[in-house]
Design a protein around this ligand. Structure first.
Ligand code: ZN
Length: 332
């Protein structure tokens, strides 16, 4: 009996060791696969490039590459806007940038602290880049929601998001109290950071590259399609759109989807749509018509022809209905 037990235990350990070895090999394999991700930047103007993620949600199949990020090459170094959705993608961005210029990435500016835009940061931090973000990002980063999202992504996006994925805070939290625009210069290129906080998230910022007339707009701009409104505040968003229009960019790079070379037209679509949503849902709230009934009564024909209408419109309308209820309660 004892001999059997010893034998059993020995076999048990052997099996365990084999399993550990298999796991280690598997780990090495996935690490190798991670390094295999290569990103191809799209050049849009003399100094500006961007990476365009695939459409849709972040999944293990697309390795989390469903958002955009970009970079600007100056004579003194590189400014990066957003860091994509995983540390591996951040590393892939760095390798792609190295193929364009030997200059280091000196600064990474984060549009907002949503998982798909900043999980790549740790790769840039490891190379000594300085991270800038809106000061409201500090609270967002420390929130339960952000922690829950990380746990969720560790499950859904494994191995691309895993135990080693860290939430990186900014080195400089930007304070916009003295006005809405924060200019800076690097290597002869002039930048403007535009505060649009409270529109899509409490910490939204946009980045404008003056010499190239390119605007990085984060999640406040959608090219030729119905925007995803979700829980965004359309009132603040409309104000942010006005600030975008003032800048008169020639090109706009959104947080998702393709770049726009006719941004005025695309901004007009988002503007018209948000105004329409607010008007229709606002009327329903004022008349105390329940959402379902109000939604069915609206003639959506003016917007139904645009991409993403099917997927986004109902949720957008619902989010706006809730917002209009809130706004009506705030009125004296
Ligand atoms: Zn977002």
């Amino acid at each position: 009996m004892q001999a059997f037990q010893q034998n059993y235990q020995r076999n048990y350990y052997r099996v365990c060791n084999m399993l550990l070895l298999a796991l280690a090999l598997f780990g090495a394999r996935t690490a190798l696969a991670a390094d295999d991700i290569s990103l191809r930047p799209i050049k849009v103007s003399p100094h500006v490039y961007y990476f365009q993620g695939s459409a849709g949600m972040a999944t293990a199949a697309n390795k989390g590459f469903m958002s955009n990020a970009g970079f600007v090459v100056t004579k003194d170094g590189v400014v990066v806007f957003d860091a994509l959705a995983t540390p591996v993608l951040g590393g892939a961005m760095l390798r792609a940038i190295k193929k364009i210029t030997p200059l280091p990435v000196r600064r990474v500016i984060i549009s907002h602290y949503h998982a798909d835009h900043f999980y790549g940061l740790q790769a840039f931090k490891a190379q000594g880049a300085e991270v800038w973000a809106h000061e409201n990002g500090r609270a967002a980063l420390g929130s339960d929601l952000t922690q829950e999202r990380l746990q969720q992504r560790r499950k859904d996006l494994a191995p691309w998001v895993n135990e080693n994925t860290q939430l990186v805070p900014a080195d400089r939290w930007l304070n916009f109290k003295d006005g809405k625009v924060m200019p800076f210069e690097m290597g002869g290129i002039h930048f403007r950071i535009i505060d649009s906080s409270g529109a899509h998230s409490p910490e939204d910022i946009m980045l404008y590259v003056e010499e190239d007339k390119v605007l990085f707009a984060g999640d406040l701009f959608f090219t030729g399609r119905i925007p995803f409104v979700g829980e965004a505040n359309s009132k603040v968003w409309l104000e942010a759109l006005d600030r975008m229009l003032e800048v008169k960019p020639a090109l706009v790079i959104p947080g998702h989807g393709k770049m726009s070379s006719q941004p005025m037209q695309d901004m007009q679509l988002t503007r018209d749509y948000l105004i329409f949503l607010r008007k229709k849902m606002g009327e329903a709230v004022a008349d105390m018509v329940p959402f379902e009934e109000a939604y069915a009564k609206v003639d959506w024909a003016g917007f139904a022809k645009y991409p993403a209408f099917e997927q986004a419109n109902r949720l957008n309308a619902y989010g706006t209905y809730i917002l209009m209820e809130k706004e009506s309660l705030e009125k004296p």
